[in-house]
Design a binder for this molecule. Structure first.
Ligand SMILES: NC(=O)c1ccc[n+]([C@@H]2O[C@H](COP(=O)([O-])OP(=O)(O)OC[C@H]3O[C@@H](n4cnc5c(N)ncnc54)[C@H](O)[C@@H]3O)[C@@H](O)[C@H]2O)c1
Length: 278
């Protein structure tokens, strides 16, 4: 998809991978709406791009709130008086915790933001995209954690996160099927480790789920040694332009996750066929 001149909404665009995507889009001529629960940071991020002579605006969005989505859709379409053609459902939160140790509040919050946030985005934006008849795309951010067996590189990330990202993958596969033959292309981003603020996600935890907290978790590799978010954004937008469905950032990490999964499933199917040959 050619992104020059199109209006693109990037949720969670004030920080990390989202800002990397926003910058890469704007540098290719897109008009970018940086939508984030950190409203002040979204405004500053948009200003940073405008200072480069690019087109961007910052808007408050809480992806779990339907009213907030409705306002965002209006503001995004109204700002340049042009329909939204690109939606990056990128906002997401990470949290530590094992399958039995993760708290109920954390489980619910991670699913709300990471899964329901994506669904609400699609539900809000897709009807206008379909009505516009213009080339459009919806790109959801899952994770390498959605590709099979979770890795230890990102050690602190929880069962809730991995389960939620598998849900985003499942939902994206259905979106591709449901929008087949329409003007909406679908993609799913499966980033490997990228240097962002994700370990500090609890800064944005809603009151209903325990409220904000400062919690820094490090994986086995310090965050600063991972791929810079700007590079991830460039790679992601290049793959969008190629029309890719599966969009990666790092390569070796994602490949290792897929290999482990494929080997285990292939072995399990072979064992099943040995037991039940027909
Ligand atoms: N960093 C990695 O290694 C990595 C790997 C795989 C997937 N991801 C995914 O990439 C996406 C971006 O995360 P990141 O790593 O850049 O982290 P980040 O914390 O730097 O950015 C996340 C952004 O989402 C925003 N946000 C949080 N809750 C929100 C809400 N309710 N509504 C709107 N915005 C909200 C935050 O304010 C922030 O700007 C997430 O979906 C994350 O799960 C990251």
């Amino acid at each position: 998809m050619n992104v020059a001149g199109v209006v693109a909404v990037v949720t969670g665009g004030a920080s990390g991978i989202g800002f990397g995507i926003a910058a890469a889009l704007a540098r290719r001529g897109a008009k970018v709406v940086i939508a984030d629960i950190e409203a002040e940071r979204a405004l500053v991020a948009a200003e940073r791009l405008r200072d480069e002579g690019l087109e961007a605006t910052g808007v408050f969005l809480d992806v779990i709130d339907e009213a907030s989505w409705a306002t965002l859709a209006q503001v995004a379409a109204g700002h340049w008086d042009q329909p939204v053609q690109l939606l990056f459902n990128n906002a997401g939160v990470g949290a530590p915790g094992t399958v039995h140790g993760v708290s109920r509040q954390t489980w619910d919050w991670v699913f709300k933001v990471n899964v329901e946030g994506v669904y609400l985005g699609v539900r809000t934006v897709a009807p206008a995209m379909l009505a516009s008849g213009l080339p459009c795309a919806i790109i959801n951010t899952a994770s390498e954690h959605a590709l099979g067996l979770p890795d230890s590189v990102t050690g602190g990330i929880s069962a809730a996160y991995t389960a939620a990202k598998h849900a985003v993958m499942g939902y994206s596969l259905c979106a591709r099927r449901d929008f087949e033959g329409t003007n909406i292309a679908v993609g799913v981003i499966c980033p490997g480790p990228v240097a962002t603020d994700i370990w500090n996600s609890f800064r944005n935890r809603h009151g209903d789920f325990g409220g904000p907290r400062t919690l820094r978790v490090e994986g086995e590799t310090p965050m600063s040694q991972h791929l810079p978010a700007a590079a991830a954004g460039e790679r992601i937008v290049a793959q969008l332009q190629d029309g890719a469905f599966f969009i990666f950032t790092n390569g070796p990490n994602e490949a290792a996750v897929i290999d482990r999964y494929q080997r285990e499933v292939t072995t399990a199917i072979a064992a099943f066929r040995d037991r039940y040959p027909d």
